[in-house]
Design a protein around this ligand. Structure first.
Ligand code: EPZ
Length: 431
């Protein structure tokens, strides 16, 4: 019996949504807490499967983590191990974020390499090369699965990333924060989550500047102190709900949004005819009264350009737009897994290499579909909300990794959506 979502399409979404805290900011911030012995409090942390996995990893190392509402209190004083358990590395790639902090705190770390996933190979060569340039000795066993990193204290260096990897930028910032001397990271990622990490590390006593630009300068310090820190809003969840309002021709008020973090999406949605109004510093209203116009070309790329994590959701929007759109995915090599599922819903999409051509149709049709990864799952929910008839979405454990209380959030805005079991649906259709 597996969980699935049953969605009856056609209801315009109306109401307000408080946007959750950022998953992709909270995960590295939780890892950074390992670098300061004592109790760190993180506020605005969403209750997600990936966050719960990171809690389990920190507890497996000896830490103590409590949740109180949207606050996580992480006592990392008792941490005694620097070996990330294999089961977690396989389960969640983001456990990688602990390598930098563990090396910085214990002079070394051990882990099993994270596997690839549905969207791509997900190599970690940029992380490891950065650690080596900081003086670490990186060994892998013959199966290329177990990783041992030893160093003692890291030494600052100039590191040029071969690609502006978000995770590698964050891992190396954390490692360099306690290194001896100065580190400069060139070709760094500029994402808001990197900027959030710099802000928290500096509050802890680090000396970092430049996050948000391609060059980040870190002066190593002797120790970091635990802090209380508020996590930024989740720009990808916010963008997902904006597209939900657009595709259902509804009107949503989104609270706790950093519009400066989603400028590229706002630009595209306005070109499609979506009305977006800033109500106050962190509140926007998104309204759509007509069929969207297609936008000719969208290419995903590192921040501040269009985020790969909204590619699937925007593609769904374009499947019912008036006209043809071409979307290019340049960040991950296999991030069109949702196309086959959208075709089951009558979408007209052709894929050639890293480009997808979407010919808009007037309406999608409900179907039985499966999520293959987190954001493909989010896109298929949007498709079900807009489609004619019923959509059954399987594989929703992917969605639970990144969207907090997704059924409650959407039902509260008028969606006809419920979490059920595939076996119950079989009996339903049989009866
Ligand atoms: C972060 O992943 C996000 N995850 C991803 O969000 C997001 O899609 C990605 O950044 C790009 O914005 C978190 O922050 C937890 P990368 P990350 O390193 O750090 C290649 C979601 O849906 N690469 O910037 O793993 C890699 O294969 C998730 O919330 C190497 O080749 O992304 C990919 O093609 C999905 N070697 C590209 O770089 C490396 O050592 C971008 O990866 C590292 C990365």
């Amino acid at each position: 019996m597996t969980d699935c979502l049953k969605i009856q399409g056609g209801n315009p979404l109306r109401g307000s949504i408080r946007v959750q805290g950022s998953k992709n900011a909270a995960l590295p911030l939780m890892a950074a807490a390992v670098m300061a012995k004592g109790r760190t409090t993180l506020c605005n942390v969403p209750d997600l499967a990936d966050i719960r996995t990171m809690i389990l990893i920190i507890e497996s190392l000896g830490g103590v983590v409590e949740r109180s509402g949207d606050q996580l209190i992480l006592d990392t004083g008792p941490i005694h191990s620097n070996k990330i358990p294999e089961e977690y590395m396989r389960k969640m790639r983001s456990s990688l974020f602990l390598l930098g902090p563990l090396i910085a705190r214990f002079g070394g770390a051990e882990a099993n390499l994270p596997g690839g996933c549905a969207i791509g190979e997900r190599k970690i060569d940029i992380h490891l090369s950065g650690f080596e340039q900081l003086g670490a000795f990186v060994q892998m066993d013959e199966t290329q699965s177990n990783l041992q990193i030893t160093v003692g204290r890291l030494t600052g260096a100039n590191i040029r990333l071969s690609y502006p990897s978000v995770g590698a930028t964050e891992n190396l910032m954390m490692a360099a924060a306690l290194a001896k001397g100065e580190t400069i990271i060139f070709n760094a990622a500029c994402e808001p989550e990197v900027q959030d990490l710099q802000a928290m590390l500096n509050q802890m006593g680090a000396n970092i500047e430049g996050a948000g630009t391609t060059t980040i300068r870190i002066q190593g310090v002797e120790r970091l102190e635990p802090v209380r820190y508020h996590v930024i809003p989740d720009r990808i969840a916010a963008g997902t709900w904006m597209i939900a309002a657009g595709i259902t021709r509804g009107e949503l008020q989104l609270e706790g949004v950093r519009t400066d973090h989603i400028g590229s999406l706002i630009h595209v949605l306005k070109q499609s005819g979506v009305e977006i109004t800033r109500m106050d510093a962190e509140t926007i209203r998104v309204r759509m009264m007509k069929r969207p116009k297609a936008v000719e070309r969208i290419t995903t790329a590192p921040y501040p350009l269009f985020p790969t994590d909204l590619q699937a959701q925007l593609m769904v929007f374009f499947t019912v737009a008036d006209g043809k759109s071409i979307m290019r995915e340049t960040v991950f090599e296999r991030r069109f897994q949702h196309v086959e599922m959208l075709r089951r819903m009558s979408a007209e999409i052709s894929v050639s290499g890293s480009s997808a051509v979407i010919q808009g149709i007037s309406r999608l049709n409900g179907a039985q579909v499966r999520a293959t990864d987190l954001r493909a799952g989010a896109g298929l929910i949007l498709a079900g909300l807009a489609a004619r008839g019923t959509t059954i979405l399987e594989g929703i454990h992917h969605v639970d990794r990144g969207y907090e209380h997704v059924v409650d959030v959407l039902s509260a805005c008028g969606a006809d959506i419920q979490r059920t079991k595939t076996s119950l649906l079989l009996t339903e259709t049989a009866s």
